[in-house]
Design a protein around this ligand. Structure first.
Ligand code: NAD
Length: 252
């Protein structure tokens, strides 16, 4: 039987691959057969991941907040003769602040990374995919906070909500070029940077609001990631897939 999720012969760029979900996404796509381009600011962490993966992997330094850095990444991909098929637009950040205390600097920092950075990389990947004339799949990593709000997260929620609108706008304009653009909207996923918080009483109270009464694990994202990356989703574009244990449908 044809393996719908097989990524042999495909090349995927993953941004923010030095830790957390990005690192996991790179491993998952590599396991499905893809050549992975891992990128982030911390190249020593990327070197470790490259060693772990062994083959079919290239790493390039990337700061999504810098136009020069994104343009350099484009040149690096082209010089290495890599034809981009998949982008996992994952690099992201947050800076929780009460709205009344939110500084313009903090607001700009989050928007610059999560929205402008994602735009920059998506634009670069689109240029490459249009040049290749083979189409492609762009997956923007949004969040359930792009669809509802939480305390002290106005900049983050705004950036992710805008990323969802960008996803749909891109999907509409790029559909005729066979470039599919979709978003994954994870709920609370346990990673190395938030495990301390979720162990606290406040963190445990957050978990109680999730209908499935648990945090997501990185592996819980694999199915949707492979679906959107592969031909299994060949007629899907402009979609937002929520992976949240029912968090978005908790009762009002
Ligand atoms: P993380 O902090 O471990 O990973 C973020 C990655 O982005 C890191 O590798 C970081 O170095 C990179 N990054 C940040 N700024 C960058 C920049 N300017 N240039 C290049 N790389 C940069 O956090 P994570 O939880 O793995 O988050 C990954 C993505 O998933 C983010 O977009 C986040 O908003 C989203 N997300 C996470 C969760 C969750 O519960 N963990 C839930 C919903 C959405």
């Amino acid at each position: 039987m044809k393996n719908l999720f097989n990524l042999e012969g495909r090349t995927a760029l993953i941004t923010g691959a030095s830790s957390g979900l990005g690192k996991h996404f790179a491993k998952t796509l590599h396991q499905a057969g893809a050549f992975v381009i891992i990128s982030a600011r911390r190249t020593e962490k990327l070197e470790k991941l490259k060693t772990e993966l062994g083959d079919k992997c290239e790493l390039f330094k990337l700061d999504v907040t810098s136009e020069e850095s994104v343009s350099e990444l484009k040149s690096n991909i082209e010089s290495a003769n890599l034809q981009l098929d998949i982008l996992i637009n994952n690099a992201g950040t947050s800076d929780p602040q009460k709205f009344k205390d939110l500084s313009e600097e903090s607001w700009n920092y989050v928007l610059e990374t999560n929205l402008n950075g994602a735009f920059r990389v998506a634009k670069m990947a689109t240029d490459l995919m249009l040049k290749n004339k083979k189409g492609g799949s762009i997956i923007n990593i949004a969040s359930i906070l792009g669809q509802r709000v939480g305390l002290n997260l106005s900049s983050y929620a705004t950036s992710k909500s805008a990323l969802i609108q960008l996803t749909k706008s891109m999907a509409l304009e790029l559909a005729r070029s066979n470039i599919r653009v979709n978003a994954l909207a994870p709920g609370y996923i346990l990673t190395e940077i938030n495990d301390d918080f979720f162990a606290t009483e406040e963190g445990q109270n957050y978990i109680k609001k999730i209908p499935m009464n648990r945090l997501g694990l990185e592996e819980d994202l694999d199915g949707a990631l492979l679906l959107l990356s592969s031909d299994a989703s060949s007629f899907m574009t402009g979609s937002v897939i929520n992976i949240d244990g029912g968090h978005l449908i908790n009762p009002l």
